[in-house]
Every structure is written in C-alpha cells, then in structure tokens.
Design a protein around this ligand. Structure first.
Ligand SMILES: NC(=O)NC(NC(N)=O)C(=O)[O-]
Ligand SMILES: [Zn+2]
Ligand SMILES: [Zn+2]
Length: 399
C-alpha cells in the first residue's frame, strides 16, 4: 500500500453508513461507525502503522509498538458524521493524518518527537446532546461526564460505548492519554470562501465560539376534537411564539449565526394537542462577549415563555497558533500552492485542543461551499493538495 492516495482511502468508505439520500450517517458507536472504525484499523495496519484504541473509542496510529510517554505531535480529525452528512467532513482529515504519518515514517526521516495520528470518536453531537467528546476525553475530561447521556432511542452513552470499544479491543493495542506538544487538523472548509477566491489552501486564524441549547416548552396534551380552543394549553402554539421572538431578537445581533435545526413534538400525533415541544438552538460568534449577549437574550425570552433552557455545548472562540500558521504558509509555498488566511465558522476538535496546546488547521475548498449534506464534496486534486501540505508541515515539525 506504499503509494495509496487519500482518494483511494476515502473510496473504501463509500458503502459504509450510506443513506437512501446518498449521504452518510455514522453517529458515534452506531453500526456504521463501528464498521468504519474497523476499516480505519485495516488501513492503519496496511500502511504499516500500529492501531490503538482508548476507552472512549478514539483510535490512534503510531510508528511502532511503543506508546509514547513524551509529548507528541498529534494530527487528526473525527470519524462521526451528522445525520445524512457527506463523505468528507472529519473522515478526510482523519485518513489524511494516518496517510501522512505513514509517509513520514516510511521516508526514514529522523524524528525528534513522536508523531501520532488520532481519529476522534465523536465531534458533531449528532447522537447525544454532547459535542467534542473524543477530544475532550483526550484532554482529561472524565468518562463519567458523558456516561449518563441518553440518545433518541433511550440507549445510554455508557452502555453502547463499552460494547463498541470491547468489539474492537481484540484487534488493537490499548491506548492511554497522550501528552501533546502540538496538534494539527486538516479539514474541508465547508463554506464558499476558498472556492470563490480560487485559493488552493486555507489557513485557519480563529474558530468561532459555539453554544448549543435544548429548549423545552410544556403544555397539556389532550383530545384534538373535544377540547375547546379556549380551554387548551397547546405547547406548540406557545413554542411558535417563542420561535418567532427568537428569530426576531437574535437577528438584531450583528454577525451572529443562529440555527434551530431540531424540533420535536410529544406525542407527535395528528389528533392530539401537543403536550411538549423540545428544540435545539445553535449560536455562534467570533467574539465571546457577543455570544454571551445572545445567550442573555435567549435566557430572557425562554423565561418569558415559561420554557426550560439546558446548555449542551459551550466552546469559546479559539485562536490558532501563529507560529504553526506560518509553518503551514511555508509548506504551501514549498509545494507550490496558493494559500489564504480565514476564520472557521464551523466547530472543530482543533478548538478544544487549541485551548490547551499550540494548534493549527488546514482547509481545502468545498465545491459549492456546501457541507453537512450528501452533496458535500471536494475535488480529488484539492484533497491531494491538502494532504501534501499536511505531510510537508508534519515533516518539518518532527524534524
Ligand atoms: N466541522 C463541523 O462541521 N463541526 C460541527 N460540529 C461541531 N461540534 O461544531 C459544526 O457544527 O460546526
Ligand atoms: Zn461536521
Ligand atoms: Zn468536521
């Protein structure tokens, strides 16, 4: 497998977790996720590296059977997807990391620091209302912070995590937490900037802060035909008012990104008045003070509607390391590619890592600027460009 390309590696995942809409659903610990994880282990072995798994299900690839004790150069991305997402979000950077590590190991270059690839178990928050669980665990969060979480079908994080990790354990080494000197992540841009500008490579300057909430509004479920209109406590009717107010008030905050992407009704039956409405709100901004102002607006409205507010994600805006950004710019020049600096409106494991270790991100263009949908794609040339830059940067960092 000496000259496997990143496109070949990605192709081997095309049948895993494919949906009827031709997208991919690989939420943490589900069947497709487990299958994809096994495929990653096969690739790690075929590329001559050693696979490891930790207790949350993060996979690692090392040059040999020694688990590094000293701080490592870590490179990676995540394995999970949103529901009906694309092939490239997360998986591209995860596979490119493994490929780049294998190329550097095979080159025989002397390594001043150990180089490790990581494939994070979960980043999207698509199954449980928790995000970045893989990278947070690596940086020291306790498993018990997540074990009680319950998915839409009533399964707990703890139970399915144990089963998923146990299924893989016989085939891999057991990893413990690493010390990390620097972290690098390659990812598709997921937006239109690079394509519009005709630039080969993006170098991320900052990653937006992100807060997610579950908002719950309770009424009284009752019969649709016998309950007079003036005797109802219809949870949906009140939720419509709250939603309209949220959209109107949040629109007043410049540059805020706000999304209500998930709405659930109970009991969700045509002839029963809704008794409970739950929806998710996702807020993003580059400036923490503006994000906090938006959270204040939300809290006030939620209070006015006698609804309940639960915060499920809170990550600060994160600055990428200036020195590493320069290393990436230098690598682009050395391989003859154009680059530009840009902020990321998407969340990334790099922002969790970036709070504790020098971190940087490399972006490649997304065709049409679309992502989190089945149509998400990046041209083979751009996929290979990104991976070449990643290898060039890593070769410099470990030298
Ligand atoms: N790169 C991503 O798509 N990340 C997504 N996921 C998280 N957890 O931020 C997001 O919503 O931006
Ligand atoms: Zn994503
Ligand atoms: Zn991603």
């Amino acid at each position: 497998m000496q000259d496997k390309k990143i496109t070949d590696l990605l192709e081997s995942f095309q049948a895993i977790g494919r949906t009827k809409n031709q997208g991919y659903t690989r939420t943490v610990y589900d069947q497709a996720w487990c299958q994809a994880q096994k495929q990653c282990v096969n690739i790690i072995k075929e590329l001559g590296l050693v696979p490891w798994v930790d207790e949350i299900g993060n996979l690692y690839a090392t040059a040999d059977l020694t688990w590094p004790k000293e701080p490592v150069i870590l490179v990676g991305s995540h394995l999970d997807t949103v529901v009906d997402g694309g092939l490239y979000d997360g998986l591209y950077g995860a596979l490119a990391a493994v490929l780049s590590v294998s190329q550097i190991v095979k080159s025989g270059q002397r390594m001043g620091r150990p180089l490790v690839a990581v494939i994070f178990s979960e980043e999207e928050g698509s199954r449980f209302d928790a995000t970045f669980t893989g990278s947070q665990y690596l940086l020291g969060r306790h498993l018990k912070d997540f074990e009680h979480l319950v998915d839409a079908r009533g399964q707990t994080f703890g139970q399915i995590r144990q089963a998923a990790v146990a299924a893989l354990s016989p085939f891999v080494q057991t990893a413990s937490r690493l010390k990390i000197a620097q972290y690098l992540e390659l990812h598709i841009e997921q937006g239109p900037i690079l394509e519009k500008a005709g630039t080969d490579i993006g170098i991320v300057t900052t990653i937006v802060g992100q807060e997610r909430f579950l908002i719950q509004l309770a009424g009284q479920a009752n019969h649709a035909g016998t309950t007079p209109m003036d005797c109802r406590d219809d949870a949906l009717r009140r939720a419509v008012g709250l939603l309209a107010d949220l959209y109107r008030e949040l629109a007043q905050i410049p540059d805020l990104r706000y999304t209500i992407g998930k709405v659930q009704l109970e009991p969700n039956v045509a002839n029963v008045i809704p008794g409970l409405v739950t929806f998710a709100l996702d807020l993003r901004h580059q400036d923490q003070s503006v994000l906090s102002e938006a959270v204040g607006v939300v809290a006030e409205l939620v209070d006015r509607y006698r609804a309940k507010l639960e915060r499920t994600t809170a990550v600060m805006p994160t600055q990428m390391d200036a020195g590493l950004q320069e290393e990436i710019a230098g690598a682009c020049q050395s391989v003859g590619l154009t680059h530009q600096f840009l902020p990321s409106g998407a969340g990334h494991d790099a922002q969790v890592m970036g709070e504790q270790v020098p971190t940087a991100m490399i972006f490649v263009p997304s065709v049409g600027g679309v992502s989190h949908v089945p149509e998400e794609t990046t041209t083979p040339a751009d996929l290979e460009n990104g991976q070449r830059v990643l290898t060039a940067v890593l070769a410099k960092l470990v030298g």
